[in-house]
Design a protein around this ligand. Sequence first.
Ligand SMILES: [Zn+2]
Length: 453
Amino acid sequence: MNNSRLELVVRNGRLVTPEGVLRADLAVALGRIVKIAPKITDATEAVLDAKGSYVFPGIIDAHVHFNEPGRADWEGLATGSAALAAGGGTAFFDMPLNSEPPVLDAARLREKRALAEEKSCVDFALWGGLVPGNMDKLAGLRDAGAVGLKAFMCNSGIDSFPRVDAAALREGMKRAAKLGMLVAVHAEDDALAAKFTAEQKAKGRINARAWLDSRPVEVELAAIRTALELAGETGCALHIVHVSSPEGIALITEARAQRVDVTAETCPHYLLLNDKDVVRLGAPAKCAPPIRDEKRRISLWQELRAGEIQTVGSDHSPAPPEMKTSKDFFELWGGIGGCQHGFELMFSEVAATADKDLPLLAAVLARNVARRFRLGERKGLIAEGRDADFSLLAFGKEREISADELWTRHRISPYIGRRSRVRVTHTFVRGCAAWSEGRLASPAPKGQFLRPA
Ligand SMILES: [Zn+2]
């Protein structure tokens, strides 16, 4: 630590680790955390007083759709990464679909990587797609550095990204296991979803409640069962994204006990909103699987606290306003723009028990993500030797979240109007400020590509 001058010392913060909260100073040199100690008095280029704030590990959002290339008018890498940084994120994993063409081979992955290296202000990894037609491209995706393979068990809503049936998923998982790749699935049963949708439409129902009724929990559970069975059979590492129900988590927990290599992700919106909110908020709160009832929302927090949910990702999936406007709720684009405020609102939910609960959130938002996706020894923790990826959280007076705060391309969010007790005041990516006191840094940090070790 004596061989380079300190670039930054963060003084008097409450550092959050999965083990607990520690009052200490933190020093940064060459983009890494080089020292954590009760008092750091070494010479430094910059000092930041974090008195009263928590220093939280940089959120690694393993689930976003920034839609570039091809649909940058829906979001894009520059605005998406800026919004994430404003919400405490220091890395994202972009999903292979909604960008056009989707990432189904190495060339498409390299193309997206080059764009993100140019435009993203936070670090990033990239998902490859798993569809019936690209089984011979998976090795190429691995070699190009894909963080895993994403498959849809139901219609994805994107024509260029067809779903896998059980046979195709089995074949893909067999190959992925051989390649040492993880497979993530959107778990909703296609036949059941189609059947319940047809029932609602036959009754002439097209409102938000009808949409919710068309995708009951059993649609999710049926698909989770299939995916778990195939993971057990093939030995493939499985990650079930956006689990919306405690029943889904219970199935995954049971499979883990039987040594299936599976992890569960849920999203802030399932922890913050319920079905009545969907009816009240309309289009901005439409997503699949849908947001459940209040009892299930509370149960998900219990599962999270019990350690049965391994990661939380935003599933940020915005669309232009015209795709979020229709009298027919079934016609609206399903996807929640939530990467800026979702995590902050989770912090706000635990404001009264922050010292106890922030460590838990440090696990599911950072450490566990880095671990599960093998990001190596650089990411996921506030600790000496790690990348200096962290944010400052100020708890205090409640404010109402307004549309003006949004850095996303379209100012659509289910969280507008919601009250928050937390502000993300600063976000640092490898020691460089990306976000500071309500401003995006200029010049912004340059995002680096992350690949599994
Ligand atoms: Zn998604």
